[in-house]
Design a protein around this ligand. Structure first.
Ligand code: MD3
Ligand code: FE
Length: 217
């Protein structure tokens, strides 16, 4: 059997797709690391369990979340912010694995953002029916740093809007192993995730996990 440059043995794609200035999808960039990433996620979740945080308005968030790294993103009645410790137990968030740092750094570099050094990794868990409504990521002081997001498990439809909430959104299908880098003029675009469809992934079962790497200082 022969494989040329544009074929793979598992029928899934690789390569780079520009979405907009500063926004790049790296298809399959994390696929080879997925098993290692999952083992690390299990280690992290054993110490900082996934939980449904409260919005400032008092609603439970649809996605379950945890964090690793020096800073973790948290939401509660007091608002959104980064904290060095898990509010549920007062302990520092689990350390960011070297494999996470390297993946985020290398993906950012491949998208034209060399030297990315994230100090926060938010881990979102979606079960079928879970969604994330349209929002901006604007809790970070340094908007020159990009955000790197890694999709694992069940597929999702990503909404990629403009700089105003009312702007039209594009829909982008994201599958296991896809990595997206959002920076420059796309850093403050509105975005969200449509409800995840029912399904079973061979490695993750009935879930999608997204790693969101940010520089939060
Ligand atoms: C586009 N998470 O946690 S990451 C989030 O799949 C979040 O869990 C989604 O949005 C998820 O805040 C999507 C993709 C993402 C992150 C930051 C962006 C897309 C972005 C910033 C600007 C534009
Ligand atoms: Fe976001």
């Amino acid at each position: 059997m022969t494989l040329d440059l544009f074929e793979t043995d598992d029928a899934s794609s690789t390569g780079r797709e520009a979405l907009a200035p500063g926004a790049v999808v790296l298809r399959g960039f994390a696929r080879a690391s997925a098993v290692l990433l999952l083992a690390e996620i299990e280690r992290i979740a054993a110490r900082a369990p996934f939980r449904h945080m409260l919005t400032p308005g008092g609603q439970q968030m649809s996605a379950a979340m945890t964090n690793c790294g020096p800073l973790g993103w948290v939401s509660d009645r007091r608002g959104y912010r980064y904290e060095p410790a898990d509010p549920q137990n007062g302990h520092p968030w689990p350390s960011m694995p070297e494999s996470f740092r390297r993946l985020a750094h290398d993906a950012a570099a491949a998208a034209g953002f060399p030297g990315f050094a994230p100090d926060a990794c938010l881990i979102n868990r979606y079960e079928p029916g879970t969604r994330m409504s349209l929002h901006q990521d604007r809790d970070e002081p340094d908007l020159t740093a990009p955000i790197v997001s890694v999709s694992l498990g069940l597929p999702a439809t990503f909404l990629f809007g403009g700089l105003n909430r009312g702007d039209a959104s594009d829909r982008i299908a994201l599958v296991h192993g896809d990595v997206v880098v959002w920076g420059g003029p796309s850093r403050l675009r509105f975005h969200g995730i449509l409800p995840v469809q029912e399904g079973t992934h061979s490695l993750l079962g009935r879930q999608r996990i997204n790693l969101t790497f940010r520089k939060a200082t």
